[in-house]
Structures are given as structure tokens and as C-alpha cells.
Design a protein around this ligand. Structure first.
Ligand SMILES: [Zn+2]
Length: 316
């Protein structure tokens, strides 16, 4: 399985994988955990996952029963899931998210997106690794049983954000999957920010704070599902609701920010007109306004009044 990380990068279009080329057996006593993408970039697989895949290769090319194919697909899904965790954007790594992952909302979105994206991408991953030849029928079975308490939330969240920004939900999931856990909410928040009026209203130096506010709105519903139980049918039924709420809460912040910066801009215009009137009389106010977009006077140079709104008004 040397190509496991390369194939995950190829399928997802990620910048790189943080895999450090180490595969280790998962320590005994890890409960229901079947694999781990360690913060140092190693992957640990539980014995049954490795054994199932070894068996698949040993029986290469020979037909398998549907129940066996399901087991192979399930084990392969674990491999892709861990490799999706390791995907990272340029200048970042999987390990950089270790602190952020302690936050319930972050880990819930991380696992939800990683597993949801695994479900979307597994057939392409199988093709990329040429595994349908090894186990014919591998793409005709389904085996998706991990994180049922987070996957619906992630899917609904991605679809709802996608509708706002004119992207397919699967594409939103892909964009979240290729960045580490610390960046996932920010990528979603930046999508809705960019598709709103905010880029025209918010001064560049306030952009990051505005996006942080959208992130905070989106996180709350995911924080509430962090301790959901994968074996509780009620929790599983409530999961999609959290995704819808996260989208709405994020957008509520967009609305509030738009109202704030709109009012701020109106105030600035009023102040500008008032200051110009004071300095140059009523007719100057109109010409100042016309040139507001460029911030320059009629002759293309900075006019005397142009900087007045950038500085505190001093009285002497
Ligand atoms: Zn995981």
C-alpha cells in the first residue's frame, strides 16, 4: 500500500499529504478505533484492517463473495479516511491542527468531513490504485459505517454553504477535506464571506476578524454534537440539523457584519460630505463624492480633504 498517500493527493487535488512514510500497528486497547493518523504523520492500523487487506491481495483476481468484498471495501475505506486526515494545504501540515483538534466543534467537523469525503472519493481512489482488478466488484458494494453521528452534519453543512456560494456540496466537502482540521471552518467561512457583499464593505485590515466571527457562528452547532453517540439513533437523527444550523448561524454573522459595515460606510459618506462642505462649501462635496472610489481628487492626485476620514478628528 505504498501508494496510499499519493493516490489520496491525486484524487482530492490536495497540495500534499503529511504522511511521513511510516505505517505502524495500532496499540492494543484502543477500543473501537481501527486506525489513527498520528500528529507526526504516521498511520497506525489495527490488526484486522491490515489482515483484511493482506487477504484481498492474496486472493488477487479471484472472485469474492459480496460479504468479503464489503469487508475489503470497509478496510480500504479506513485507509482512505486516514489518508484524507493527512491532506494539507501549502505551508501547513496535519500536525499543525493538533491543538485545534481538542475543541469539540473542530474534531466533529474534521471527522464528519473526512468520512463524508471518503464516501464520495472511495470509488475514484480504488481506480487510482487499480484495486478493482485485484478484487473485482469492489466498487459495486457499500460499506460506510464510521462516524454516523457527524457525517450527516458535515454533508448538510457543505450542501447549505454550497447553495449560498454556487458550488456543489461535494465540492465544498472536497475543499474542506484538503485542509487540516484547524482550517476547515475558516475555509467554509471564507467561501460565504467572498460570495457576500462583505469584500466591498470591509476594510482589508478588518477582514480576518470578520471571518473569525463567521467561524464562531458556524462552530456552535458542531460543538453541541461533539459528544453525540454513534450508537444512539436519536443522535444520528439530530446530526443533519446541526449542519443546517451551522450554515444559518454563519450566515447570520454575515448579515450582521453587512449591516454594521454598511452603516459605517454611510456614516463615512456623511462625514466626508460634512467635512468637505465645511472646508470648501456645498459644491465641493459633490465632486469629492464622485471621486470616492479611487480616493483621489479630480486631477488624479490626492486632494486636500481626501485623507480626513482616515485620521481622528482633532480639535485645537
Ligand atoms: Zn478520523
Amino acid at each position: 500500500m505504498a501508494g496510499q498517500a499519493r493516490a489520496a493527493v491525486a484524487v482530492s487535488g490536495a497540495h500534499h499529504s503529511s504522511w511521513n512514510r511510516e505505517v505502524r500497528p495500532l496499540a492494543e486497547g484502543s477500543g473501537t478505533v481501527r486506525a489513527l493518523a498520528k500528529w507526526d504523520g504516521a498511520i497506525e492500523y489495527r490488526d484486522d484492517v491490515t489482515r483484511t487487506l493482506r487477504e484481498m491481495f492474496e486472493k488477487a483476481g479471484r472472485g469474492s463473495a459480496a460479504s468479503e468484498l464489503e469487508q475489503y471495501r470497509d478496510a480500504l475505506g479506513v485507509v482512505l479516511h486516514e489518508n484524507v486526515h493527512l491532506l494539507a494545504a501549502r505551508g501547513t501540515s496535519h500536525g499543525m491542527g493538533s491543538e485545534a483538534f481538542r475543541e469539540g466543534a473542530v474534531s466533529a467537523l474534521e471527522e464528519g468531513v473526512t468520512e463524508a469525503y471518503k464516501r464520495i472519493a472511495l470509488d475514484v481512489y480504488i481506480d487510482e490504485l487499480g484495486l478493482e482488478r485485484i478484487a473485482p466488484g469492489l466498487k459495486s458494494v457499500r460499506a460506510d459505517r464510521s462516524y454516523p453521528q457527524y457525517v450527516p452534519a458535515a454533508e448538510v453543512f457543505a450542501a447549505a454553504v454550497g447553495r449560498r456560494v454556487d458550488l456543489a456540496g461535494n465540492e465544498v466537502l472536497r475543499r474542506l477535506a484538503v485542509v487540516n482540521c484547524e482550517d476547515k471552518f475558516r475555509v467554509a467561512a471564507e467561501l460565504v464571506y467572498q460570495a457576500s457583499e462583505l469584500p466591498d464593505l470591509v476594510p482589508q485590515q478588518h477582514r480576518a476578524v470578520a471571518i473569525d466571527r463567521i467561524v464562531t457562528g458556524m462552530k456552535e452547532p458542531f460543538a453541541k454534537i461533539a459528544d453525540f453517540d454513534p450508537d444512539d439513533p436519536l443522535d444520528i437523527r439530530m446530526s443533519p440539523l446541526a449542519g443546517a444550523q451551522a450554515d444559518r448561524a454563519g450566515y447570520q454573522q454575515v448579515r450582521e457584519l453587512t449591516a454594521f459595515w454598511q452603516a459605517n460606510q454611510d456614516l463615512r459618506k456623511t462625514l466626508d460630505i460634512g467635512l468637505d462642505r465645511g472646508a470648501r462649501g456645498p459644491s465641493a462635496a459633490n465632486s469629492r463624492n464622485t471621486n470616492q472610489a479611487t480616493g483621489r481628487g479630480a486631477n488624479g492626485r490626492l486632494a486636500r480633504g481626501d485623507q480626513s476620514h482616515c485620521r481622528p478628528i482633532e480639535r485645537d
